[in-house]
Design a binder for this molecule. Structure first.
Ligand code: ADP
Ligand code: ZN
Length: 602
């Protein structure tokens, strides 16, 4: 059968995603392949389709036992003979599956590396007609990556154990260092390397000044009723307290972090996957295990340490290709907190960490396209602009800020002259606005000529001017524990020469202009979509699987747009392969016909 035909028959899709077809062709030709694709790029299909088209068994190595069942359930729902072996199975079940493997009943076997690499297991597998090996999350082999797993190191021996079997390694890790390391460690044979673009067109990026973080997060979640999202927090405490507050406000939320009991953690993750909990408030411990395709927003309540983590964490949104939002709450205070953490590290670590943080802050403060900024960090050219980030959608208005800048700069100058050292942003803003604080009285800063000269504007506005002056390089934040502000040479010159200074207006926190059409958007009959969602949920619960195993949101939206009421029309919906047409065609087309009896088409 030809590849597009197989793609439709098994998975119900009409077209390949970028690089999928090339990778599959190479794999079928027996070559080793190394595939780098972003999350949501469609890596699984690259080994699943060849597994179906060639004889024998494909072994899929995957680090996460908790995910194997869902992956296998999803394949089985498409009528594909897949199974897994891990410690969650009882003896009888495991023996039955082993018998099936000897009998050639399966096309795919999911197993963890530490199990496959057991001498006894390798011995058995030699009799299973293994025709392909896929190493998922291949970056786990690298110590430079964020998910190093020592047991992956054993996989270096795979190539010699299975000299004739083509191996495919896959990862979404974007850094060069990890990529090279993976190739070196795995000792692949003349591998063909594929690198997809790491741009995620359906994700939109936004940075908002962190003012009242809880209210901001709540407003964001409320503006997306029924949709799932992740809120990343810097600490376990924040994750716990956010979840608690959200529940009080009627949002089903669960925390996830390394401080929870294993069973609670697994339970919370599961209820998120199954759409019982709509929001998960998590530390970075919540990671690779989430292959939930319909995460519609990822909010960072606190500043991530580096761009790589930020990219990976936001990458968990919108795997299914539908529009999804990535929002970062940003404050100068968070930067200072991070700096303080870093100052506790060893000197060598400090250098790297400060550099990474600097890049992260530059992302948060840039007026350029955020997408281009992210991709440039990974060595990919993009741009100059996109239609899915705040800077491109709402170019900031500028204003003549000469007078305000002069006031601010001269205040910094006076303080330095009086006290002999600098002070932090907040203190300077207090002086400008004539604050009556203990620190001001103690230092005699109420005696400065700049005390209270900025009462025409509120503190937030002054803070944002301070940040702008930092960004423009007229002020510098001294390194060290307390981020005190100092005039730079350029700042001194600007002050003396009264140079005109253009500032950008701070964004309104609530402001949200949408592009006319968002990348990946499928406009549909929302009322019907909700009905179909309920129906999907019923089937998912009956089978005890997550909803997306039945149909993705993409499939449901396509149904709610095209109103298929015949098997033929239903079969044309993306994601409806032969098996799903047989299993679900009748109830779904009936529900749509039923809906049309009382509603007109949208
Ligand atoms: P990755 O492992 O790269 O993060 P997945 O393999 O989980 O990505 O695929 C992400 C989503 O895209 C899944 O819901 C999958 O069914 C879907 N998908 C994969 N390939 C295609 C395709 N060719 N057309 C439409 N959807 C696809
Ligand atoms: Zn942009």
């Amino acid at each position: 059968m030809n590849l597009p035909g197989a793609l439709k028959q098994y998975f119900g899709y009409d077209a390949f995603r970028p690089l999928q077809e090339e990778i599959i062709v190479d794999a079928l030709a027996g070559r080793d392949v190394f595939a780098l694709m972003p999350t949501g790029g469609g890596k699984s299909l690259c080994f699943q389709l060849p597994a179906l088209l060639r004889g024998g068994l494909t072994i899929v190595l995957s680090p996460l036992i908790s995910l194997m069942k869902d992956q296998v359930d999803a394949l089985q729902a498409s009528g594909i003979a897949a199974t897994f072996l891990n410690s969650t199975l009882d003896g009888n079940e495991a023996r039955a599956r082993l018998r099936g493997l000897y009998g050639g009943d399966y096309r795919l076997l999911y197993v963890a590396p530490e199990r496959l690499m057991l001498e006894s297991f390798l011995e058995k597998s030699k009799q299973w007609n293994v025709s392909q090996i896929a190493i998922d999350e291949a970056h786990c082999i690298s110590e430079w990556g964020h998910d190093f797993r020592p047991e992956y190191r054993e996989l270096a021996k795979l190539r010699t154990h299975f000299p004739e079997v083509p191996i495919m390694a896959l990862t979404a890790t974007a850094t060069e260092r990890v990529r090279t390391d993976i190739l070196k460690q795995l000792k692949l044979r003349d591998p063909r390397c594929y690198v997809a673009s790491f741009n995620r067109p359906n994700l939109s990026y936004r940075v908002v000044p962190k003012a009242k973080p809880y209210e901001q997060v709540l407003a964001l979640i409320r503006s997306r009723p029924n949709e799932s999202g992740i809120v990343y927090c810097a600490s376990r405490k924040t994750a716990d307290s956010l979840a608690a507050k959200l529940n009080v406000d009627g949002i089903k939320a669960k925390p996830y972090h390394a401080g929870l009991e294993t069973a609670d953690r697994a339970g919370h993750q599961d209820s998120f996957l199954r759409d019982d909990a709509r929001v998960i408030t998590a530390t970075i411990a919540f990671g690779m295990g989430i292959n939930k395709p319909n995460v519609r927003f990822v909010v960072h309540h606190d500043l991530p340490k580096n761009i790589e983590s930020y990219y990976q964490e936001t990458g968990r949104a919108g795997r299914d290709g539908l529009p999804s939002d990535c929002v970062l709450l940003f404050s100068a205070g968070d930067v200072m907190k991070q700096r303080r953490f870093i100052d506790e590290k060893s000197e060598h670590e400090q250098r790297v960490a400060h550099e990474q943080l600097r890049a992260m802050v530059a992302y948060a403060e840039t007026r350029d396209c955020r997408r281009a900024t992210l991709l440039r960090y990974f060595g990919e050219e993009f741009g100059p602009s996109c239609d899915g980030c705040d800077n491109c959608l709402n170019p900031r208005e500028t204003f003549d800020g000469t007078v305000h800048a002069q006031k601010f700069l001269s205040c910094v100058h006076r303080i330095q002259a009086k006290s002999g050292f600098g002070f932090g942003l907040n203190h300077i803003v207090e002086i400008l606005t004539g604050g009556n604080t203990e620190a001001i009285r103690q230092r005699g800063h109420d005696q400065l000529s700049t005390f209270g000269i900025g009462q025409d504007m509120n503190r937030n506005a002054w803070q944002s001017i301070g940040r702008e002056l930092l960004r423009l390089g007229l002020l510098a934040a001294a390194p060290g524990k307390f981020a005190t502000l100092q005039l730079t040479d350029a700042g001194m010159a600007a002050l003396r020469e009264r140079k005109p200074i253009t500032l950008t207006k701070p964004v309104d926190v609530e402001e949200r202009k949408r592009s006319k059409h968002r990348a990946g958007e499928i406009e549909c009959d929302e009322a019907l979509f909700e009905r179909l969602r309920v129906l999907r949920r019923r089937f998912a619960d009956e089978r005890d699987v997550p909803a997306y195993v039945i149909f993705s949101d993409v499939s449901l939206r396509e149904m709610a747009r095209d109103y298929p009421t015949t098997p033929a029309a239903f079969g044309r919906i993306p994601g409806v392969g032969q098996q799903k047409l047989r299993d679900f065609g009748e109830p779904f087309t009936a529900a749509i016909a039923d809906y049309l009896a009382t509603h007109s088409r949208a």
